[in-house]
Design a binder for this molecule. Structure first.
Ligand code: NDP
Length: 296
């Protein structure tokens, strides 16, 4: 048996085409183009690539994007000043602060300063709280992208054992909250999972990962998840993006897991494209929320 490869590029294209139509309808109705402001501090090469990809995706979908570059020497106060300006600008609907920020900037303070209604990454405590309570305003891009991909392949999480390796605020933790909740608007098939959230202090990780009907690896450890750590027939989602001498690899040993799993995401071309696509979705959602707030 060989796993079916989950094609993130294909699913992204489908979703982006749908978003493009919804953007065009919004512009025709309200005469306002959804606008995303990206804040890029410093010269981190990977961040430059991510921001460029996001800008291009916006352009394809008819969303206006603005890039604000700041020097690596910027202070927390410098970045806060820009964020405040963007919060108050009615032309800007979504604010994205590209991570990581340089050490001179307090990331938490900056992320907390983004207005929750423009928080298209869903990192603000208000949005995290709403997700936790099962009534989200925005869903974080990577976990949401994973859910959309599984849905479109007809894979159900309802009633399944989902094992997530990695408890970051960006991926693992919100992924766990979203799948363990009752239906939060993602459809009943993507609710009510029994979730195990693993991390570096988990004892006997292999025993845990082998329990997963769905195994999500988000740890930033190249090819860490090997075939013997996977339950036969499991769905394996590889979130990892690791730059190695051999090129870009995920957190999953692709060749080793392929014969064991039923479905597997590749790296690149798996979760990554969906993350960008969900940013577009959130920008459109933010624009709609702001429009509704003006008219109420
Ligand atoms: P973080 O570095 O913030 O968190 C990593 C998590 O993995 C931590 O919870 C850590 O545990 C856990 N971990 C690390 N090593 C082990 C181990 N040996 N055993 C068990 N758990 C371990 O990572 P992110 O969530 O930000 O990113 C994870 C990966 O996903 C990275 O490769 C990143 O590049 C990629 N990524 C990809 C995206 C995409 O769109 N495809 C988007 C975002 C991230 P502990 O908490 O105990 O330290």
């Amino acid at each position: 048996m060989s796993a079916e490869v989950l094609d993130g590029k294909k699913i992204s294209k489908e979703i982006q085409a749908e978003i493009k139509e919804r953007v065009a309808a919004f512009v025709a109705t309200f005469d306002h183009t959804p606008t995303l402001a990206a804040v890029l501090v410093g010269e981190d090469p990977a961040s430059q690539v991510y921001v460029r990809n996001k800008e291009r995706a916006c352009e394809r979908a008819g969303i206006h994007s603005q890039l604000f570059r700041m020097s690596a020497q910027s202070t927390t106060e410098d970045v806060l000043e820009l964020v405040q300006q963007l919060n108050e600008d009615p032309a800007v609907n979504g604010i994205l602060v590209q991570l990581p920020l340089p050490p001179s900037v307090d990331s938490q303070v900056v992320l907390d300063a983004v207005h929750p209604i423009k928080d298209v990454d869903a990192f603000h405590p208000t949005n995290v709280g709403l997700i936790s309570q099962g009534r989200p305003q925005f869903l974080p891009c990577t976990p949401h992208g994973i859910i959309q991909m599984l849905k479109r392949y007809g894979i159900q999480a309802n009633g399944k054992n989902v094992v997530i390796v990695g408890r970051s605020d960006i991926v693992g933790k919100p992924m766990a909250l979203m799948l363990a909740n009752r239906d939060i608007g993602l459809g009943p098939e993507m609710a009510n999972a029994t979730v195990t959230l693993c991390h570096s202090r988990t004892s006997d990780l292999k025993a845990m990962t082998r329990m997963g009907d769905i195994l999500i690896a988000a740890m930033g450890q190249p090819e860490f998840i090997t075939g013997d750590m996977v339950k036969p027939g499991a769905v394996v989602v590889d979130v990892g993006i690791n730059r190695t001498d051999a090129g870009l690899v995920g957190d999953v040993d692709y060749e080793g897991v392929l014969p064991v799993a039923s479905y597997l995401t590749p790296v690149p071309g798996g979760v990554g494209p969906l993350t960008v696509t969900m940013l577009l979705e959130n920008t459109l959602t933010a624009t709609g929320l702001q429009r509704a707030a003006i008219s109420s």
